[in-house]
Ligand binder design. Structure first.
Ligand code: SF4
Length: 640
């Protein structure tokens, strides 16, 4: 029987396990990437492992997420990241060089290899046929130390593309269409593998937009074949020697098939506060807009910039609208300057901002109170833009610009602008001087740590009997932005667990941290898809620091589940989802750890209501052992 692309890559990297769907596997990691906001914790953990040099083929540390240097904290973090990279054999991509996924696509992604990133949008690498996997910083630190990465063998779903996108309906709308159909939970434990005649109509950066935001479906990854389109991209990046073809075998068998006719896709928009609340633009046309942000790893390629520049030619941004553009990379910046694209953009009144994530994670450009912000970014969770009263709508760059011009949500096809077909350059301008390559002799480097950088907390083993109150009962689709807030005020605290722990669940219940500490810890109860969104491990570590030892939910998001294991929190799922109703905040629960081991079901006693509830653990026996020891670092030290 033939293999899919994902099966080919996974089988070539398999360290242990079988390809049976849902079974645990360990795979070898070729490349790693980190970014500044999660990277400091990742490298502190790498240091704690005690390895001198990274062991994988390539490790890159991007400084792209939080570039605001309003006080010493971010500047110190950036300096620490550069020191630690130079010492341990890691390439630094400096502040201003661009967003990790765009830059990695340009300079490092290789078809057929596996990339592990401490960022949930690492599947952007699927644009060139590389398997990109998002993970917590500790998993990435361990991959840098040569450890394989553990995951469940996903199902492989074929997404068969036919037809060609219409003018002003760009690639963002393809993934919005997928989200509309499958929702933010539809991709859990799946890899979306793109195929069909429609793929040849999409260039590499269009493909990367689609694989990047496949993350929003909860998917493990998304991937395109490596073909002549990929070869042309790598040739234009002066990396043709790293290209090789990669396609599914004709007789490959998929677990499911989704059909998408590109020609039928309309301009779409995701309503606040979930990326799957997707409707045709016609349903919200005319709604006044306060702010427009173009950028993020999903929409800041050269094609995006040239597209908006064409649309802004001889136009003005509406007086009501504050419009900004974050550029994806220094390379995109250079190409845009050389083509004069910024003339139209600046003349129209768009604020051209630096190469980085910026508004996407709330570090700058927050909307006004109760304001409407149209963004080409990846996700629109409550509070992600910097505060919970902002209403973020997700769109493609053409809808964003059309709306910036008119001041209301607008279908770009109605502006009467003549579309211009994008031609990718035969050779991009390549100027790699913002990469810092590591020292050959790391022992010469001493690492400078600012006062905001606190060492990872020491976690105790879990007790044999966990008995404590329910600290909070949450609803469905709780995101990592709910758990640990985004925004410029909070991002520098991510390297300081005691500090960020004060703000756990701040956007939904500002008294949580105080209550947790007064109670000496306790349980969290939640609905489906708990922990969706980013890979930020502080969303596990900070609650653990406050004493949370167990979370009972209807289901968990993949990366967050792995982070719970890494930081010694026991995840449990309801066997009967309706039992969620049998627990309230403040109830006192008791469970014996032993009861979970190797059992299909275990009993949690709700002492307050005098009833028993059946639960089970979604973890393997090895993961349960890690949790019992108080997390993966403890487990590794004890194992050694
Ligand atoms: Fe940066 Fe936003 Fe992309 Fe995350 S999703 S890497 S914050 S641009």
């Amino acid at each position: 029987m033939g293999q899919t692309i994902a099966e080919k890559i996974i089988s070539a990297h398999l360290v242990s396990g079988t390809m049976k769907r849902g079974e645990p596997i360990n795979i070898k990691i070729d490349q790693t990437l980190t970014h500044d906001v999660n990277g400091v914790a990742a490298y502190l953990q790498f240091e704690a492992v005690g390895m001198d040099r990274v062991q994988n083929e390539l490790a890159v540390s991007y400084i792209d997420h939080n570039l605001i240097q309003a006080d010493f904290r971010n500047s110190d973090d950036h300096r620490y990241l550069m020191d630690v990279a130079a010492k341990h054999g890691i390439i630094t991509s400096r502040m201003g060089n661009g967003i990790c996924h765009q830059v990695h696509l340009e300079r490092f992604d290789i078809p057929g290899k596996v990339l592990l990133g401490s960022d949930s949008h690492t599947p952007a690498a699927g644009g060139v046929g590389m398997l990109g996997l998002g993970a917590g910083g500790l998993d990435v630190a361990l991959a840098m130390a040569g450890e394989p990465f553990s995951l469940k063998m996903p199902q492989i779903v074929k997404v068969n593309l036919t037809g060609k996108l219409q003018p002003f309906v760009s690639a963002k709308n393809v993934v919005l269409e997928l989200l509309r159909r499958v929702t933010v939970k539809g991709g859990v434990n799946k890899i979306y593998e793109y195929a069909g005649p429609g793929i040849s109509t999409l260039n590499v950066t269009e493909r990367a937009i689609i694989t990047n935001m496949g993350t929003e479906t909860g998917a493990t990854s998304s991937i395109f074949p490596s073909d002549e389109v990929t070869k042309a991209w790598m040739r234009a990046q002066n990396r043709e020697n790293e290209w090789h073809p990669l396609a599914a075998d004709p007789d490959a068998v998929y677990d499911d098939v989704i059909e998408i006719d590109l020609a039928q896709i309309e301009p779409l928009i995701a309503l606040p506060h979930q990326p799957d609340r997707v409707v045709p633009i016609s349903e919200v046309e005319g709604l006044p807009v306060d702010q427009v942000v173009i950028g993020s790893c999903a929409n800041s390629s050269l094609q995006d910039i040239l597209s908006i520049a064409t649309m802004l030619e001889n136009k003005s941004v509406h007086p009501r609208v504050d419009a900004g553009l974050y550029i994806g990379s220094k390379q995109v910046y250079l190409e845009s300057v050389a083509r004069g694209a910024f003339l139209a953009v600046i003349k129209a009144g768009v604020r051209v901002l630096e190469s980085g994530c910026g508004a996407c994670n709330g570090s700058g450009f927050a909307p006004p109170t109760n304001g409407i912000s149209l963004r080409t970014t990846t996700r629109n969770f409550l509070g992600r833009c910097g505060h919970p009263s902002g209403n973020v709508y997700l769109v493609g760059p053409e809808v964003a610009v059309a709306s910036a011009i008119t001041g209301v949500i607008t279908d770009p096809r109605k502006l009467g602008i003549t579309p211009v077909e994008y031609q990718m350059p035969e050779k991009f301008m390549i100027e790699d001087n913002m990469f810092i390559y590591p020292s050959q002799n790391g022992s010469e480097i001493s690492i400078r740590r600012g006062p905001n950088i606190s060492p990872p907390p020491v976690l105790e083993a879990l007790p044999d009997v966990i008995s404590s109150p329910v600290l909070i009962k949450l609803g469905e689709d709780i995101t990592t932005d709910h758990i640990v807030p985004a925004g410029a005020n909070f991002l520098p605290m991510r390297n300081n667990t005691p500090e960020i722990a004060k703000y756990v669940f701040h956007v939904v219940d500002a008294s949580f941290a105080k209550r947790a500490q007064e109670a000496g810890g306790g349980f969290i109860v939640a609905g489906v898809n708990y922990g969706q969104g980013s890979s930020r491990e502080q969303a596990a570590l900070a609650p653990r620091y406050l004493g949370v030892k167990t979370i009972i939910a209807k289901s968990f998001a993949r990366i967050h589940l792995a982070n719970l294991v890494n930081f010694g929190i026991l995840p449990l799922v309801f066997i009967n989802e309706s039992d969620y109703e049998k627990i309230d905040q403040g109830d006192y629960l008791i469970i014996e750890f032993e009861a979970i081991l190797n059992k299909d079901s275990a009993t949690v006693t709700n002492k307050s209501k005098q009833l028993d509830i059946l639960v089970k653990s979604p973890l393997t026996s090895e993961e349960l052992e890690i949790v019992k020891k108080g997390g993966r670092l403890n487990w590794i030290k004890l194992r050694a």
